[in-house]
Design a protein around this ligand. Structure first.
Ligand code: IMP
Length: 429
């Protein structure tokens, strides 16, 4: 039995979907433990592109079990759409492949209206939320007025809770956000429709995972977003509303921390960010545009252009510590081909000071100027490389320098979107 946590080390969109899909071959179960349909995990299989918002990427592998854990906030509309789309494409023909935690909380249309309404009314820099209702849903969990998947299974309980919550939400929507209210009856019936569709997947997923562990199965915990978007340790308030770091894999799926064997950090060979907030190595010149276009850096959930910049070793060291990373998967190395030189940020200048620790204050981070090391680039396309020795020397040197700065081994190198465009350096599962 081996338990592996895979998390993003930057601001999300590191290419976790592809890495998890790849490793799923060696796993029996793949678990989502936080976030919701703000995530967009993209993978390309035999030329076909898939974007997953809720279902773990492992669903494409026949016979593997995909778990949506209790820490996930579930939009049943998105989930049922995702199920339909997979089934239409010939995948996920066996319903026992998907398990949905009875403890997971549900997202309702009022969460999305509150999310977008708040962003609209915000006078300071916008957070740039995906508008999927994630923050308001996690607020309800903490405020103990959330409605869970298990409530959906009992019509009477569900109706009582919905009536009570909705009256409060409608007051807030109409009086504070000057929005329209949400009607009870159509909402109730819509969710009863989801109950019909989803109840066969609902179970005690913590218990299921314990049984799988007893049977010696390999389990992957699939993080969403990235460590710099973590609600406690990220660039607050420009973060998502859940803990994205590895520690939450345990509480978000109902297992104990003593069982985990390895934590892998997925790291893009450069940096991107969607939404607002400080980003010291951001490039607003033609190199930034080049990275966006070559890397297809547009949001998988919202289609927004991603902000692009150089690799930030200060941020990565922060992530390595937060997650206890044992290894790195470097993704999108191929995007860097064709550049004369490549820069790595090793510290920040703030006024007359030099700092090499990621600051807690977003205001301070916004005043940080990157200190760069410059390395030689390479011109060749590298997607065909099967071994590290087949990479241009400059690309090998770039990876070596990342490893030195991170003091963490690189275990996987991704050189293209396809499954086979990957160099595996070490067996981790
Ligand atoms: P929310 O999670 O929708 O509330 O958005 C909060 C911040 O996290 C915004 O800056 C989003 O752009 C960012 N964000 C949320 N999910 C993702 C993701 O999957 N990838 C990258 N950024 C994300």
């Amino acid at each position: 039995m081996a338990l592996l946590i895979v998390v993003g080390t930057q601001w999300g969109d590191e290419g976790k979907g592809k890495i998890i899909d790849l490793l799923s071959e060696f796993a029996h179960v793949i678990v989502r433990f936080q976030g919701g349909s703000n995530a967009g995990h993209t993978l390309v299989v035999e030329g076909e592109k898939f974007i997953f918002h809720l279902i773990p990427s492992g669903i494409l592998h026949k016979g593997k079990r995909s778990v949506i854990g209790s820490g996930v906030v579930v939009d049943p509309h998105v989930l049922t759409d995702e199920i339909d789309s997979l089934k239409t494409k010939g995948y996920f023909q066996d319903d026992s492949q998907l398990l949905l935690s009875e403890e997971a909380h549900l997202i309702f249309p009022y969460h999305k209206l509150i999310d977008t309404g708040r962003e609209r009314n915000r006078t300071r820099e916008k957070i740039g939320t995906t508008g999927r209702g994630i923050g308001p849903a996690y607020e309800d969990i903490a405020a103990r007025c959330g409605i869970r998947v298990i409530d959906l299974l009992n019509e009477k309980i569900f109706r009582t809770k919905l009536e009570e919550t909705l009256s409060q939400k409608n007051y807030y929507l109409t009086h504070v956000l000057q929005n329209d209210s949400v009607e009870l009856e159509p909402l109730f019936h819509e969710y009863m429709g989801y109950r019909k569709r989803l109840q066969k997947y609902v179970t005690n997923t913590s218990l299921f995972l314990a049984q799988q562990m007893d049977e010696g199965k390999n389990i992957i915990f699939e993080g969403a977003q990235g460590s710099l978007l973590d609600i406690n340790h990220g660039t607050y308030p420009y973060v998502t509303s859940s803990n994205t770091v590895a520690g939450n894999a345990c509480s978000g799926s109902g297992i104990g921390p003593t069982k985990i064997n390895f934590v892998l950090g997925v790291t893009k060979a450069y940096t991107t960010r969607v939404g607002g907030g400080p980003f010291p190595t951001e490039l607003s010149d033609e190199i930034g545009i080049r990275l966006r276009e070559r890397g297809g850096e547009y949001g998988a959930t919202t289609g927004r252009p991603r902000r692009c910049g150089w690799f930030d070793a200060v941020a990565i060291k922060h992530s390595i510590r937060l997650n206890g990373l044992g290894g790195l998967a470097i993704t999108k190395l191929d995007t860097l081909a064709g550049l004369e030189t490549i820069k790595i940020c090793t510290a920040y200048h703030v006024g007359n000071d030099v700092i090499d620790e990621f600051p807690a204050s977003s205001e301070l981070l916004a005043r940080c100027h990157p200190i760069y090391e410059e390395m030689e680039g390479w011109q060749e396309e590298i997607s065909g490389a099967k071994e590290i020795s087949q990479l241009p020397l400059a690309a090998q040197n770039y990876l070596k320098r990342i490893e030195e700065l991170a003091q963490t081994p690189i275990d996987i190198i991704s050189v293209g979107a396809q499954r086979n465009e990957t160099i595996l350096l070490r067996t981790i599962l």
